[in-house]
Design a binder for this molecule. Structure first.
Ligand SMILES: Cc1cc2nc3c(=O)[nH]c(=O)nc-3n(C[C@H](O)[C@H](O)[C@H](O)COP(=O)(O)OP(=O)(O)OC[C@H]3O[C@@H](n4cnc5c(N)ncnc54)[C@H](O)[C@@H]3O)c2cc1C
Length: 419
Protein backbone atom coordinates (compact mmCIF):
# COMPACT_ATOMS: atom_id res chain seq x y z
CA UNK A 1 0.00 0.00 0.00
CA UNK A 2 1.39 3.42 -1.00
CA UNK A 3 2.00 5.59 2.07
CA UNK A 4 2.17 9.43 1.95
CA UNK A 5 3.15 12.02 4.51
CA UNK A 6 -0.12 13.84 3.75
CA UNK A 7 -3.18 13.24 1.59
CA UNK A 8 -5.56 16.09 0.78
CA UNK A 9 -9.09 15.12 -0.18
CA UNK A 10 -10.57 17.72 -2.54
CA UNK A 11 -8.79 19.97 -5.03
CA UNK A 12 -10.90 23.14 -4.67
CA UNK A 13 -9.69 26.42 -3.14
CA UNK A 14 -9.18 24.82 0.26
CA UNK A 15 -7.36 21.74 -1.01
CA UNK A 16 -5.04 23.74 -3.29
CA UNK A 17 -4.17 26.26 -0.58
CA UNK A 18 -3.50 23.40 1.88
CA UNK A 19 -1.25 21.61 -0.65
CA UNK A 20 0.78 24.76 -1.38
CA UNK A 21 1.20 25.45 2.36
CA UNK A 22 2.32 21.90 3.14
CA UNK A 23 5.00 22.13 0.45
CA UNK A 24 6.09 25.57 1.71
CA UNK A 25 6.46 23.99 5.18
CA UNK A 26 8.75 21.25 3.92
CA UNK A 27 6.18 18.45 3.64
CA UNK A 28 7.15 17.02 0.25
CA UNK A 29 5.42 13.64 -0.01
CA UNK A 30 1.81 14.72 -0.58
CA UNK A 31 -1.03 14.07 -3.00
CA UNK A 32 -4.33 15.83 -3.74
CA UNK A 33 -7.25 13.56 -4.68
CA UNK A 34 -9.93 15.34 -6.73
CA UNK A 35 -13.04 13.66 -8.12
CA UNK A 36 -13.63 16.23 -10.86
CA UNK A 37 -11.71 16.36 -14.14
CA UNK A 38 -9.95 19.59 -13.23
CA UNK A 39 -8.82 21.29 -10.02
CA UNK A 40 -10.52 24.45 -8.71
CA UNK A 41 -13.74 23.10 -7.23
CA UNK A 42 -16.88 25.24 -7.25
CA UNK A 43 -14.89 28.27 -8.45
CA UNK A 44 -14.74 26.79 -11.96
CA UNK A 45 -18.45 27.53 -12.46
CA UNK A 46 -18.37 30.99 -10.80
CA UNK A 47 -17.50 33.08 -13.85
CA UNK A 48 -18.58 36.36 -12.24
CA UNK A 49 -15.91 38.52 -10.62
CA UNK A 50 -15.56 39.42 -6.94
CA UNK A 51 -13.02 36.82 -5.90
CA UNK A 52 -9.65 37.49 -4.29
CA UNK A 53 -10.08 41.07 -3.03
CA UNK A 54 -8.36 40.18 0.26
CA UNK A 55 -5.80 37.64 -0.99
CA UNK A 56 -4.66 39.28 -4.21
CA UNK A 57 -6.12 42.82 -3.78
CA UNK A 58 -7.75 42.30 -7.17
CA UNK A 59 -11.24 41.43 -8.42
CA UNK A 60 -10.85 38.08 -10.14
CA UNK A 61 -13.35 35.66 -11.65
CA UNK A 62 -13.68 32.27 -9.91
CA UNK A 63 -11.63 30.36 -12.53
CA UNK A 64 -8.92 33.09 -12.51
CA UNK A 65 -8.65 32.86 -8.70
CA UNK A 66 -8.44 29.07 -8.88
CA UNK A 67 -5.80 29.30 -11.60
CA UNK A 68 -3.51 31.34 -9.33
CA UNK A 69 -3.46 28.45 -6.84
CA UNK A 70 -3.19 25.79 -9.56
CA UNK A 71 -0.10 27.60 -10.84
CA UNK A 72 1.42 27.80 -7.32
CA UNK A 73 0.72 24.07 -6.86
CA UNK A 74 2.30 23.29 -10.25
CA UNK A 75 5.37 25.38 -9.44
CA UNK A 76 5.81 23.38 -6.23
CA UNK A 77 5.31 20.05 -8.04
CA UNK A 78 2.18 19.10 -6.11
CA UNK A 79 0.81 15.78 -7.35
CA UNK A 80 -2.92 16.14 -8.13
CA UNK A 81 -4.82 12.99 -9.08
CA UNK A 82 -7.91 14.05 -11.07
CA UNK A 83 -11.04 11.95 -11.75
CA UNK A 84 -10.24 10.33 -8.42
CA UNK A 85 -13.07 9.92 -5.96
CA UNK A 86 -12.41 9.05 -2.33
CA UNK A 87 -15.02 6.51 -1.29
CA UNK A 88 -13.86 5.78 2.25
CA UNK A 89 -11.76 7.39 4.94
CA UNK A 90 -10.91 5.48 8.11
CA UNK A 91 -9.88 6.96 11.45
CA UNK A 92 -6.47 5.22 11.05
CA UNK A 93 -5.93 7.44 7.95
CA UNK A 94 -6.28 4.71 5.36
CA UNK A 95 -8.15 5.94 2.33
CA UNK A 96 -9.96 4.11 -0.45
CA UNK A 97 -10.37 5.82 -3.79
CA UNK A 98 -11.48 4.90 -7.24
CA UNK A 99 -10.33 6.34 -10.55
CA UNK A 100 -10.63 5.35 -14.20
CA UNK A 101 -6.81 5.29 -14.49
CA UNK A 102 -6.04 3.20 -11.40
CA UNK A 103 -9.26 1.40 -10.46
CA UNK A 104 -9.91 0.92 -6.75
CA UNK A 105 -6.91 1.73 -4.55
CA UNK A 106 -6.13 1.89 -0.85
CA UNK A 107 -3.48 4.28 0.43
CA UNK A 108 -2.45 5.55 3.86
CA UNK A 109 -1.01 8.77 5.27
CA UNK A 110 0.46 10.27 8.42
CA UNK A 111 -1.92 13.22 8.01
CA UNK A 112 -5.14 13.73 6.03
CA UNK A 113 -6.71 17.10 5.21
CA UNK A 114 -10.41 17.03 4.40
CA UNK A 115 -11.17 19.84 1.90
CA UNK A 116 -14.32 18.37 0.37
CA UNK A 117 -16.57 21.44 -0.04
CA UNK A 118 -20.33 21.48 0.44
CA UNK A 119 -23.58 20.50 -1.32
CA UNK A 120 -26.87 22.31 -1.89
CA UNK A 121 -30.16 21.62 -0.12
CA UNK A 122 -32.63 20.47 -2.75
CA UNK A 123 -36.40 20.47 -3.23
CA UNK A 124 -36.83 17.31 -1.12
CA UNK A 125 -35.41 19.14 1.91
CA UNK A 126 -37.96 21.97 1.85
CA UNK A 127 -41.23 20.20 1.03
CA UNK A 128 -42.78 22.34 -1.71
CA UNK A 129 -46.17 20.89 -2.65
CA UNK A 130 -46.99 20.14 -6.29
CA UNK A 131 -46.06 17.97 -9.21
CA UNK A 132 -42.53 16.74 -9.82
CA UNK A 133 -42.23 18.37 -13.24
CA UNK A 134 -39.02 19.43 -15.00
CA UNK A 135 -37.75 22.98 -14.52
CA UNK A 136 -36.91 22.93 -10.81
CA UNK A 137 -33.14 23.11 -10.20
CA UNK A 138 -30.82 24.04 -7.40
CA UNK A 139 -29.12 27.34 -8.24
CA UNK A 140 -25.67 25.73 -8.32
CA UNK A 141 -26.90 23.01 -10.70
CA UNK A 142 -28.31 25.66 -13.04
CA UNK A 143 -25.05 27.62 -12.77
CA UNK A 144 -23.08 24.55 -13.82
CA UNK A 145 -25.43 23.84 -16.75
CA UNK A 146 -25.19 27.43 -17.95
CA UNK A 147 -21.53 28.29 -17.30
CA UNK A 148 -19.82 24.95 -17.93
CA UNK A 149 -22.12 22.79 -20.07
CA UNK A 150 -23.54 25.71 -22.08
CA UNK A 151 -27.27 24.98 -21.57
CA UNK A 152 -29.89 27.68 -20.91
CA UNK A 153 -32.10 26.14 -18.22
CA UNK A 154 -35.20 28.32 -18.79
CA UNK A 155 -36.66 31.61 -20.00
CA UNK A 156 -39.16 32.64 -17.31
CA UNK A 157 -37.53 32.25 -13.94
CA UNK A 158 -38.35 32.58 -10.25
CA UNK A 159 -35.73 32.10 -7.53
CA UNK A 160 -36.36 30.85 -4.00
CA UNK A 161 -33.73 31.83 -1.45
CA UNK A 162 -31.64 34.99 -1.41
CA UNK A 163 -28.29 33.32 -0.68
CA UNK A 164 -25.39 34.45 -2.85
CA UNK A 165 -25.82 31.71 -5.44
CA UNK A 166 -29.49 32.65 -5.90
CA UNK A 167 -28.64 36.35 -6.27
CA UNK A 168 -25.80 35.68 -8.70
CA UNK A 169 -28.02 33.41 -10.79
CA UNK A 170 -30.75 36.11 -10.93
CA UNK A 171 -28.24 38.40 -12.66
CA UNK A 172 -26.73 35.64 -14.78
CA UNK A 173 -30.08 34.45 -16.13
CA UNK A 174 -31.09 38.07 -16.88
CA UNK A 175 -27.84 38.70 -18.76
CA UNK A 176 -28.49 35.55 -20.80
CA UNK A 177 -31.92 36.89 -21.85
CA UNK A 178 -34.27 35.23 -19.36
CA UNK A 179 -36.91 37.18 -17.44
CA UNK A 180 -36.42 36.82 -13.68
CA UNK A 181 -39.75 37.59 -11.99
CA UNK A 182 -38.40 37.76 -8.47
CA UNK A 183 -36.37 36.31 -5.63
CA UNK A 184 -38.28 35.13 -2.54
CA UNK A 185 -36.74 34.85 0.91
CA UNK A 186 -38.52 33.21 3.86
CA UNK A 187 -36.57 35.29 6.39
CA UNK A 188 -37.29 39.00 6.90
CA UNK A 189 -33.75 39.76 5.65
CA UNK A 190 -31.60 38.52 2.78
CA UNK A 191 -29.00 35.82 3.29
CA UNK A 192 -26.73 37.16 0.58
CA UNK A 193 -23.85 39.61 0.75
CA UNK A 194 -25.10 43.25 0.57
CA UNK A 195 -22.93 43.88 -2.54
CA UNK A 196 -24.69 41.01 -4.33
CA UNK A 197 -28.15 42.44 -3.51
CA UNK A 198 -27.11 45.74 -5.06
CA UNK A 199 -25.28 44.35 -8.07
CA UNK A 200 -27.51 41.37 -8.88
CA UNK A 201 -31.05 42.53 -7.98
CA UNK A 202 -31.29 46.31 -7.60
CA UNK A 203 -29.22 47.06 -10.72
CA UNK A 204 -31.61 44.88 -12.77
CA UNK A 205 -34.90 45.88 -11.05
CA UNK A 206 -35.51 42.33 -9.87
CA UNK A 207 -37.93 42.36 -6.91
CA UNK A 208 -36.89 40.76 -3.61
CA UNK A 209 -39.87 39.34 -1.68
CA UNK A 210 -38.75 39.15 1.96
CA UNK A 211 -40.83 36.97 4.37
CA UNK A 212 -42.22 35.07 1.36
CA UNK A 213 -41.89 31.51 0.17
CA UNK A 214 -42.91 29.34 -2.77
CA UNK A 215 -45.71 27.09 -1.54
CA UNK A 216 -46.72 25.16 -4.65
CA UNK A 217 -45.55 24.28 -8.15
CA UNK A 218 -47.87 23.58 -11.11
CA UNK A 219 -47.12 21.84 -14.41
CA UNK A 220 -47.33 18.39 -15.96
CA UNK A 221 -44.11 17.71 -17.87
CA UNK A 222 -42.53 21.17 -17.39
CA UNK A 223 -43.09 23.79 -14.70
CA UNK A 224 -45.86 26.24 -15.70
CA UNK A 225 -46.64 28.25 -12.60
CA UNK A 226 -45.60 28.79 -8.98
CA UNK A 227 -47.57 29.99 -5.97
CA UNK A 228 -45.86 32.54 -3.71
CA UNK A 229 -47.15 33.36 -0.21
CA UNK A 230 -46.16 35.72 2.56
CA UNK A 231 -45.15 34.04 5.85
CA UNK A 232 -45.73 35.07 9.46
CA UNK A 233 -43.04 35.35 12.16
CA UNK A 234 -43.14 31.56 12.59
CA UNK A 235 -42.57 31.12 8.84
CA UNK A 236 -46.10 29.79 8.27
CA UNK A 237 -47.77 30.93 5.03
CA UNK A 238 -50.49 33.53 5.63
CA UNK A 239 -53.80 32.54 3.95
CA UNK A 240 -55.04 35.13 1.45
CA UNK A 241 -51.55 36.30 0.41
CA UNK A 242 -51.26 33.91 -2.59
CA UNK A 243 -49.67 35.32 -5.75
CA UNK A 244 -49.06 33.35 -8.95
CA UNK A 245 -46.23 33.64 -11.47
CA UNK A 246 -46.25 31.94 -14.87
CA UNK A 247 -42.69 30.63 -14.99
CA UNK A 248 -40.97 27.64 -16.59
CA UNK A 249 -38.06 27.53 -14.14
CA UNK A 250 -37.68 27.63 -10.36
CA UNK A 251 -34.15 27.90 -8.96
CA UNK A 252 -33.60 26.90 -5.34
CA UNK A 253 -30.89 28.61 -3.30
CA UNK A 254 -32.00 27.32 0.07
CA UNK A 255 -28.81 26.45 1.87
CA UNK A 256 -25.44 24.76 1.66
CA UNK A 257 -24.35 21.88 3.87
CA UNK A 258 -20.74 20.73 4.40
CA UNK A 259 -20.08 17.46 2.57
CA UNK A 260 -19.63 15.36 5.69
CA UNK A 261 -20.20 11.70 4.85
CA UNK A 262 -16.47 10.74 4.75
CA UNK A 263 -15.90 12.32 8.19
CA UNK A 264 -19.04 10.76 9.66
CA UNK A 265 -18.15 7.30 8.36
CA UNK A 266 -14.69 7.66 9.90
CA UNK A 267 -16.40 8.20 13.26
CA UNK A 268 -15.19 11.82 13.52
CA UNK A 269 -17.13 13.88 16.05
CA UNK A 270 -19.46 16.34 14.29
CA UNK A 271 -20.54 19.81 15.41
CA UNK A 272 -24.29 20.15 14.72
CA UNK A 273 -24.07 23.97 14.60
CA UNK A 274 -21.84 23.85 11.48
CA UNK A 275 -22.72 20.33 10.24
CA UNK A 276 -18.99 19.71 9.86
CA UNK A 277 -16.39 18.19 12.21
CA UNK A 278 -15.38 19.72 15.55
CA UNK A 279 -11.83 21.05 15.11
CA UNK A 280 -9.23 22.38 17.53
CA UNK A 281 -7.05 25.46 17.06
CA UNK A 282 -4.84 23.60 14.56
CA UNK A 283 -7.93 22.41 12.61
CA UNK A 284 -7.42 18.82 13.76
CA UNK A 285 -10.64 16.82 14.13
CA UNK A 286 -11.35 14.32 16.91
CA UNK A 287 -9.39 11.71 14.87
CA UNK A 288 -5.63 12.27 15.41
CA UNK A 289 -3.89 13.39 12.22
CA UNK A 290 -7.14 14.18 10.32
CA UNK A 291 -7.69 17.88 9.66
CA UNK A 292 -10.63 19.75 8.05
CA UNK A 293 -11.05 23.14 6.37
CA UNK A 294 -13.01 25.16 3.81
CA UNK A 295 -16.68 24.66 2.99
CA UNK A 296 -16.39 21.03 4.06
CA UNK A 297 -15.87 22.32 7.60
CA UNK A 298 -18.37 25.21 7.60
CA UNK A 299 -19.90 27.23 4.78
CA UNK A 300 -17.85 30.35 4.00
CA UNK A 301 -18.95 33.64 2.44
CA UNK A 302 -15.66 34.55 0.72
CA UNK A 303 -13.09 32.33 -0.94
CA UNK A 304 -10.28 34.39 0.62
CA UNK A 305 -11.23 33.02 4.04
CA UNK A 306 -11.35 29.49 2.62
CA UNK A 307 -7.77 29.84 1.37
CA UNK A 308 -6.67 31.42 4.66
CA UNK A 309 -8.29 28.73 6.78
CA UNK A 310 -6.84 25.94 4.63
CA UNK A 311 -3.40 27.54 5.06
CA UNK A 312 -3.85 27.41 8.86
CA UNK A 313 -5.06 23.78 8.70
CA UNK A 314 -2.02 22.83 6.62
CA UNK A 315 0.30 24.66 9.03
CA UNK A 316 -1.35 22.66 11.83
CA UNK A 317 -0.86 19.44 9.86
CA UNK A 318 2.81 20.31 9.18
CA UNK A 319 3.44 20.95 12.89
CA UNK A 320 1.71 17.65 13.72
CA UNK A 321 3.82 15.78 11.16
CA UNK A 322 7.03 17.19 12.61
CA UNK A 323 5.97 16.57 16.21
CA UNK A 324 2.86 14.36 16.61
CA UNK A 325 2.59 14.86 20.37
CA UNK A 326 -0.54 14.87 22.52
CA UNK A 327 -1.28 18.56 23.09
CA UNK A 328 -2.99 17.99 26.43
CA UNK A 329 -6.30 19.26 27.83
CA UNK A 330 -8.70 21.19 25.61
CA UNK A 331 -11.00 24.07 26.53
CA UNK A 332 -14.27 24.35 24.61
CA UNK A 333 -15.05 27.50 22.65
CA UNK A 334 -18.82 27.94 22.32
CA UNK A 335 -21.25 30.32 20.65
CA UNK A 336 -22.86 32.68 23.18
CA UNK A 337 -25.68 35.22 22.85
CA UNK A 338 -26.66 36.01 19.24
CA UNK A 339 -23.89 33.80 17.81
CA UNK A 340 -24.74 30.80 15.65
CA UNK A 341 -21.40 28.98 15.68
CA UNK A 342 -17.68 29.37 16.29
CA UNK A 343 -14.76 27.68 14.51
CA UNK A 344 -12.38 26.33 15.86
CA UNK A 345 -14.39 24.83 18.69
CA UNK A 346 -11.60 24.23 21.20
CA UNK A 347 -8.11 25.41 22.18
CA UNK A 348 -5.15 23.92 24.08
CA UNK A 349 -4.25 26.39 26.90
CA UNK A 350 -1.26 24.25 27.97
CA UNK A 351 0.14 24.21 24.45
CA UNK A 352 -0.76 27.63 23.06
CA UNK A 353 1.52 27.85 20.02
CA UNK A 354 0.00 30.60 17.92
CA UNK A 355 -2.58 33.36 17.93
CA UNK A 356 -5.95 31.84 17.00
CA UNK A 357 -8.44 33.52 14.70
CA UNK A 358 -12.02 32.42 15.38
CA UNK A 359 -14.62 32.50 12.61
CA UNK A 360 -18.23 33.01 13.66
CA UNK A 361 -21.62 34.10 12.36
CA UNK A 362 -24.33 36.09 14.11
CA UNK A 363 -27.88 34.73 14.34
CA UNK A 364 -29.71 37.87 13.18
CA UNK A 365 -28.94 41.24 11.56
CA UNK A 366 -27.83 43.91 14.06
CA UNK A 367 -27.07 47.57 13.33
CA UNK A 368 -24.68 47.78 16.26
CA UNK A 369 -23.41 45.39 18.89
CA UNK A 370 -20.56 44.60 21.23
CA UNK A 371 -18.52 41.49 20.63
CA UNK A 372 -17.53 39.88 23.91
CA UNK A 373 -15.13 36.98 24.46
CA UNK A 374 -15.26 35.45 27.93
CA UNK A 375 -13.50 32.60 29.70
CA UNK A 376 -15.55 31.46 32.67
CA UNK A 377 -16.54 34.74 34.38
CA UNK A 378 -13.58 36.69 32.96
CA UNK A 379 -13.99 39.04 29.99
CA UNK A 380 -11.05 38.57 27.59
CA UNK A 381 -12.03 40.95 24.83
CA UNK A 382 -14.78 43.46 23.92
CA UNK A 383 -15.10 45.19 20.59
CA UNK A 384 -17.75 47.45 19.04
CA UNK A 385 -19.21 46.09 15.81
CA UNK A 386 -21.45 47.70 13.20
CA UNK A 387 -23.77 46.25 10.56
CA UNK A 388 -23.63 42.59 11.52
CA UNK A 389 -25.34 40.19 9.11
CA UNK A 390 -25.79 36.38 9.33
CA UNK A 391 -24.62 36.18 5.70
CA UNK A 392 -21.19 37.64 6.54
CA UNK A 393 -18.58 35.73 8.50
CA UNK A 394 -17.04 37.60 11.44
CA UNK A 395 -13.57 37.03 12.90
CA UNK A 396 -11.82 37.67 16.20
CA UNK A 397 -8.21 36.90 17.14
CA UNK A 398 -7.19 35.66 20.61
CA UNK A 399 -3.44 35.79 21.15
CA UNK A 400 -1.34 32.78 22.16
CA UNK A 401 -0.54 34.62 25.42
CA UNK A 402 -4.25 35.06 26.17
CA UNK A 403 -4.97 31.42 25.33
CA UNK A 404 -2.29 30.29 27.78
CA UNK A 405 -4.17 32.10 30.60
CA UNK A 406 -7.65 30.72 29.83
CA UNK A 407 -9.15 28.86 32.75
CA UNK A 408 -12.82 28.35 31.89
CA UNK A 409 -15.01 27.58 28.89
CA UNK A 410 -14.67 30.28 26.23
CA UNK A 411 -17.79 31.99 24.86
CA UNK A 412 -18.08 34.37 21.94
CA UNK A 413 -21.19 36.57 22.17
CA UNK A 414 -22.55 39.70 20.56
CA UNK A 415 -24.67 41.98 22.77
CA UNK A 416 -27.05 43.99 20.61
CA UNK A 417 -27.00 47.76 21.22
CA UNK A 418 -30.39 49.09 22.38
CA UNK A 419 -31.88 45.58 22.60
C1 LIG B 1 -22.23 30.26 -6.60
C2 LIG B 1 -21.18 30.72 -5.66
C3 LIG B 1 -20.77 32.03 -5.74
C4 LIG B 1 -19.73 32.48 -4.93
N1 LIG B 1 -19.34 33.78 -5.05
C5 LIG B 1 -18.25 34.21 -4.36
C6 LIG B 1 -17.70 35.52 -4.58
O1 LIG B 1 -18.23 36.32 -5.36
N2 LIG B 1 -16.58 35.87 -3.90
C7 LIG B 1 -15.98 35.00 -3.03
O2 LIG B 1 -14.95 35.32 -2.45
N3 LIG B 1 -16.51 33.76 -2.78
C8 LIG B 1 -17.61 33.33 -3.42
N4 LIG B 1 -18.10 32.08 -3.21
C9 LIG B 1 -17.53 31.24 -2.13
C10 LIG B 1 -16.24 30.46 -2.49
O3 LIG B 1 -16.10 30.36 -3.85
C11 LIG B 1 -16.27 29.08 -1.87
O4 LIG B 1 -16.53 29.24 -0.51
C12 LIG B 1 -14.94 28.30 -2.05
O5 LIG B 1 -14.56 28.28 -3.40
C13 LIG B 1 -15.07 26.88 -1.50
O6 LIG B 1 -13.86 26.18 -1.62
P1 LIG B 1 -13.69 24.69 -1.05
O7 LIG B 1 -12.38 24.22 -1.54
O8 LIG B 1 -13.97 24.65 0.40
O9 LIG B 1 -14.86 23.86 -1.73
P2 LIG B 1 -15.05 23.44 -3.27
O10 LIG B 1 -14.67 24.51 -4.19
O11 LIG B 1 -16.46 22.92 -3.35
O12 LIG B 1 -14.01 22.24 -3.44
C14 LIG B 1 -14.20 20.96 -2.91
C15 LIG B 1 -13.59 19.97 -3.86
O13 LIG B 1 -13.60 18.69 -3.25
C16 LIG B 1 -13.89 17.72 -4.24
N5 LIG B 1 -14.41 16.53 -3.55
C17 LIG B 1 -15.50 16.45 -2.73
N6 LIG B 1 -15.65 15.19 -2.29
C18 LIG B 1 -14.65 14.46 -2.82
C19 LIG B 1 -14.28 13.09 -2.74
N7 LIG B 1 -14.99 12.21 -2.01
N8 LIG B 1 -13.20 12.67 -3.43
C20 LIG B 1 -12.45 13.53 -4.17
N9 LIG B 1 -12.76 14.85 -4.29
C21 LIG B 1 -13.84 15.31 -3.62
C22 LIG B 1 -14.93 18.42 -5.12
O14 LIG B 1 -15.03 17.84 -6.40
C23 LIG B 1 -14.39 19.84 -5.15
O15 LIG B 1 -13.52 20.04 -6.25
C24 LIG B 1 -19.12 31.59 -4.00
C25 LIG B 1 -19.56 30.26 -3.91
C26 LIG B 1 -20.57 29.83 -4.73
C27 LIG B 1 -21.02 28.37 -4.61
Amino acid sequence: MRHYQAVIIGGGSAGLSAAVTLKQNGIEDIVVLEKDMEPGGILEQCIHNGFGLQTFKEQLSGPAYAQRYVKMAEDLNVEIKLNTMVTKLNADRTIEYTSSAEGVQTISADAVILAVGCYERSRGAINIAGTRCAGVYTAGQAQRYLNIEGYMVGKKVFILGSGDIGLIMARRMTLEGAKVYGVAEIMPYSNGLPRNIRQCLEDFDIPLYLSHTVTRTFGKDRLEKIELMEVDEHMNPIPGTEQYFDVDTLLLSVGLIPENHLAEEAGIQMDPSIKGPYVDDSYMTSAPGIFACGNGLHVHDLVDFVSLQAKRAAEGAARYLKNPKDRGETLAVKPGENVLYTVPSCVHPNDAQENVEFFFRVRKPMDEGTLEVTSGDRVIRTMKKKKLMPSEMERVIITAKEIATLDGEVRISVKEANA
